[in-house]
Write a protein that binds this ligand. Sequence first.
Ligand SMILES: [Zn+2]
Length: 98
Amino acid sequence: MLSCPRCGSDHLVKNGRIHNGKQNHKCRACGRQFVQNPQQKLISPQTKELINKLLLEKLPLAGIARVTDVSETWLQHYVNQLYQAQEQQAQGAEKKGA
Ligand SMILES: [Zn+2]
């Protein structure tokens, strides 16, 4: 259920759409206008675990995003972070070996 980010009230009215087509809402309790942001959806640890497994299968990111119901933008960001962490680990190992 959607609620006002300022006062928490669910007494909302639809207030047209913003430039990218997202529904704009207005709180009737405090007058705050806001747009729900679905990209702030949390990715659960279980989903990340599943993504890690699917990445090992060398599936395309678009397919993984569809199966796990995350956005491709988020997935690309996540994969970049993973690769960066792996590279840092590899560099650290080389330094220790030398
Ligand atoms: Zn409010």
